[in-house]
Design a protein around this ligand. Sequence first.
Ligand code: FCB
Length: 781
Amino acid sequence: MSTASFPEGFVWGVSTSAFQIEGATSTDGRGPSIWDVFSADRAEACDHYHRYPEDVRLMKDLGMAAYRFSVSWPRVLPDGSGKVNEAGLDFYDRLLDELLAAGITPYATLYHWDLPQAVEELGGWPSRDTARRFADYAAAVHHRLGDRVDTWFTLNEPWVAAFLGYSDGSHAPGRKSAAEAFRSAHHMMLAHGLAAQALRSGGAARVGTVLNISPVLTPAQVSDFGRQLSEEDAEAVARIDALANRQFLEPMLRGSYPAELLPIIERNGGLGHVRDGDLDIIAQPLDLLGVNYYSPSVVQAQPSEPASPAYPGSEGVLFCTIPTAVTAMGWPIVPNCLSLVLRRLSAEYPELDLMVTENGADFVDVVTGDGIHDVERISFVEEHLRALLSAVESGARVRGYLVWTLLDNFEWTEGYQRKFGLVHVDFATQKRRPKDSALWYRDVIRRNGLTETRPKRPTLETVAARSGVSRATVSRVVNGEASVSPEVRTAVMRAVKELGYVPNAAARSLVTRRTNAIALVLSVPRQGDALTAAVVQYVTSMLEGAGKQITLMLADTAESHRRIVQQAEARLVDGVVLLPPDRGDTLAERLSRTDVPIVLLGKPAVASLVPYVDVDNAGGAAAATEHLLASGRRRIGMICGPMDLVAVQDRLAGHRAALQRAGAQPLLALADLTRASGAAAARQLLGDEPALDAVFAATDQLAIGALQAARELGRRVPEDLAIVGFDDIDAASATTPGLTTVRVPLAEQALAVARLLLSRLEGRHTTSVVLPTRLVVRESG
Ligand code: FCB
C-alpha cells in the first residue's frame, strides 16, 4: 500500500503530565501542589510513579521515539524553594534511565500546572518572586537530569494556567481576578525567560516552551478560512487572538506585548508589574516551540456581550458554538485548523522549529471483550496528521508530533471521566490495555506515514477470509457459541484482533441483548427549527462518538407513537432521546414505563421522574422584565404564545414574578406562534392600553410581529415603545432596530441531553439539567 510519508527524522511520540498520571502525592517527601488542594478527585491517578517501568515498556512496544513528560515542582521542592528533595528527583532519574534504555528520547516540561501549594501561599503566580523561584527550581532539575535530557520545555500552556487558574477560577488555585491573571501571565513568561537563562548556563542543549495556540475564527470562517470579515468581526477576532495567542507569542518571540493588549491590561489592574528589562529576559532565543492544538476559538462581534471571565477584555465578543462534529468534551473537530496554526507560525517566525506537543481527543470508549475499538480517536488523529503533513508540504517547520496522551488519566476539572488515552486504564485495577488507536499509531510510526487510503472497516467476510473459515463460523465465534473447536476459535479471534474487526451490531445484539442503537424521536411540528437541527447534529455526533448508532424516528401520528413504544418494550433500542411533541402528549409517559433509559429535551408538562434538559425560561423572562422596568418602562404588556406550551407557561411565570416584585400589574394578550399573531396581539394591547410603553413577547417571532405592528401604528421603537423578545433566533439581530431578547443556548442543550443519556446508559444517577438563559440588549428596548 502506498503511504503519505513524513519527513525523515520526524519525531513521533506521546505527551503526559506529572499530576495527571503520577499519583503518589505524598510519597518520598513530595509536598502538596495547588491541584491537591483544589481537586476533590482521588489522587492516585495512574500510579505511574510506581508503574513507570510498565508504562515505558508499553511505549517501547508501540514504537514511540519520544516521550514528553513533566517534572513535578512540589516533588523536587516540597516547599517551593529552598532544600531540594533528592528522593523526588530520584524518581525522574529512574524514569530517564528506563526511557533511554528503551530507546525513547525524553522531552521534559518543567511546569505543567502543579505549583507547590507553599508557593501559592506566598502569593502564587501574581507574585513576582514566583518567577525567580521557578528559575531556581529549573536549575536544580537541570543540575540532576541535564545529562540525560536534551530538550527542555519551560511551561505548558501558560494561558490556561493564568486565565483559568486566576481569572475564570475553574482551574487551581481557583482565584477570580482579571488583574491577577494578567500579572500571572506576565510572571509566568518572566519565569520562562529566567529559567531559559538558567538552563542554558547549565549547558542545556535545546530550550523551548509549549503554548496552546487556537486559531480564532468567525463561524463563517470555519468552513471558509479566507472569508472577508466585517470591521467589527475582524476587531473581535484580533482581540481574542491577542488575548489567547499573541499575549504569549509576541513577548516570548519578539520581546513586546501586542499593542491592543496594553490598554486591556491597563484597565485590569494596570501595567505596574511589567518592569523595565522584563521583556528582554522573556524574549530568550528558543530552539523549539511546542504547539498544543485541540480546536479553534470561534467568535463574532456582539455589542451587548459581557467579557468572558476566561478572557478579561473580551467585552462585545460572543464565543460561538458551531455545528461541527465534536469530541465528547464538546470540542469542535476542525483538523484543518492545525494546518492553519502551523502555517501561520512558520510564516510569522520563519526561523523557529515547531513541534506539535499535544493533540488528541476524548471519546466515550466502549470496552468490549475483544478490545477497545476507538475508531473515532483513530480518525481524529489521522485527520490531524493529514493536516499537519499538508502544512509541512507547504513549508512549515514541524519536527514532530506527540499525541495527548499515553494513558487515560486525571483530566483536571473533568476528573477521570475523560478518556484521552491511547491506552485504556481500569482505575479499579490500574490495568493498562492499548486501544485500537494505540496499535494504529504504532503502525503509523513504523511506516513514518499514513496509508494513502484508509482501510475499509473489516467485515465478517474479511475475517472469514483471513482465518480460512466460513462466515457462519466467524459469526458463531463472535457471538460466543460453544459449538466451535478451540483451535478455530483462536484462529478467528486472532484475525478479529489483527483486522480490528467490530462485530456487526445486529449480530452482536442477539447475544448481548443490547443493540447499541439509540432512538432520537422528533415530532413533526418541531422539524426544521434551530434547536432540532442542533440536537440532531450534536446528539448524533456525541453518541456516535460513544459507539452508538442513532435511529431517527418521527412521532407524528398515534400509530408512530405506538411503534416507538413497542420498539422500546422489545428492547430494540438501548435508549431514547425524546424531543417531546409540544402539547398534551403521553409518549414520554408511556416510554418511561418501559425499562429503556429515556431523556427529554424540554421540561414535560406533567411532572415525572424522567430526567430532562431545559433552559431557565422563568429566569430569562424575569431578567427581560426587570430590564424594561430598570429602563423606566411602567406599562408593560406581554404577548404570550400558546398557553399549553410549558416554556410559555414558565416565561409568563417569570414575567409575572418580576412585575409583582415591582408592584406592577400584568397585561396579557394571547397569540399562536406566528408573526402575524404577534402583530395582532400587539395591536390589541395598544388598543386596550394606549399608555403602553413596552411589550415583552414570549418568542422572537412574536416580537418581530409586534415590531411590525408598532411601525404600522406610528409608534417609534424604542422611544415610544420598547419591544423585547425571547430565544435570540438569527432574525433577532437582523431587525431594525435590533431586537433585545433572551438568548437560549442551543448546542449546549443538545450536548447536555446527549451527556445525560450517556450517564443513564452507564447506570449513573442523573438529575435534570436547567441551563441558564441570558438577556441580550440591542436597540429595541
Ligand atoms: C491540554 C493540557 C493537558 C490536557 C489536555 C486535554 O490543555 O495541557 O494537560 O488536559 O489539554
